[in-house]
Design a protein around this ligand. Structure first.
Ligand SMILES: C[S@@+](CC[C@H](N)C(=O)[O-])C[C@H]1O[C@@H](n2cnc3c(N)ncnc32)[C@H](O)[C@@H]1O
Length: 266
């Protein structure tokens, strides 16, 4: 897959920050948390969590060179007292292994990019010290108009062959109940798993395309030439205007799944 575009991803920073703010509010961090952030992107969340601890430490891992470069750059402007407690490493989180090292395994909007989530959750359990916490947020919006419209357009004669193997990242996300079973089967306790839908005002369907270009549309766009991309987006815009029944302002609903759990003390 082509690399991420951090600037494009951050165009809707205010909206993308809402689920993180909800998580941070609930984390109630201890003074000496040892944190790992799986799929940390440009690292703002990792840094913010560490900043909220008195002398906690954080490691952010991400497979994207552009994202990790951004995270390392963000460190340059940090207070040295925080900077020496944060590290970023380029790594696939499917290869992440640790033995009871962390008090918090955190992940925001990253797990949906890989199939088969159980091994990552099991490695997270192994990485947690007894009593340690798991806090994951996973977008789970694959039935919403924007993502369904991408599938509708991609299935048309014009695109079917070119986009035959393009998948929405959300298609890897399983129903909530399966995560409850996975987490319990692995050994986690104190589960709290739920969906929450965030409502983002948009100026129109074109802005929904802007939002999607950095994330769910990537598997489609990266298979197309620049001219084809323009045409695909034009076709999608018509489909979205039809789907949302407007060319004007709309509320873009975005459902996200939250998984909270704890490794037992003994
Ligand atoms: C939507 S961004 C979220 C970034 C960050 N967590 C945030 O909340 O801003 C998803 C991130 O997951 C990373 N990612 C996707 N698959 C990954 C993998 N297998 N291993 C490590 N990082 C991965 C991407 O490179 C990207 O930075």
């Amino acid at each position: 897959m082509t690399d991420w575009d951090p600037q494009l991803y951050h165009r809707f920073r205010r909206y993308r920050a809402e689920p993180f703010a909800a998580m941070l509010d609930r984390l109630k961090l201890q003074a000496d948390e040892r944190i790992i952030d799986l799929g940390c992107g440009t690292g703002e969340n990792t840094i913010e969590i560490v900043r909220q601890t008195v002398h906690g430490t954080g490691l952010g891992i991400d497979s994207s060179p552009a994202m990790i470069d951004g995270a390392i750059k963000a460190m340059e402007n940090l207070d040295p007292g925080i900077a020496r407690r944060v590290r970023f490493v380029r790594q696939d989180f499917r290869d992440f292994r640790a033995d009871r090292e962390y008090t918090l395994v955190f992940s925001n909007a990253a797990l949906q990019w890989v199939p088969d989530h159980r091994p990552v959750l099991a490695a997270s359990y192994a990485a947690l010290a007894p009593g340690g916490r798991l806090a994951f947020q996973i977008p789970s919006n694959e039935t919403e108009t924007a993502q369904q419209s991408m599938l509708v357009v991609a299935a048309r004669d014009r695109w079917r062959e070119r986009l035959a193997d393009a998948r929405l990242p959300g298609l890897y996300v399983r129903p909530l109940e399966e995560y409850r079973q996975m987490l319990t089967g692995i050994g986690f306790v104190n589960l709290d798993c739920y969906y929450r839908t965030f409502e983002h005002p948009m100026t129109g369907p074109a802005e929904v395309i802007e939002w999607s270009r950095a994330t769910s549309m990537r598997p489609f766009l990266e298979r197309l030439t620049p001219a084809e991309r323009t045409q695909f987006e034009a076709d999608l815009l018509l489909e979205l205007e039809h789907g949302y029944a407007t060319r004007g302002p709309l509320i873009f609903p975005f459902r996200r799944m939250f998984l909270w759990a704890r490794r037992p003390l003994a």
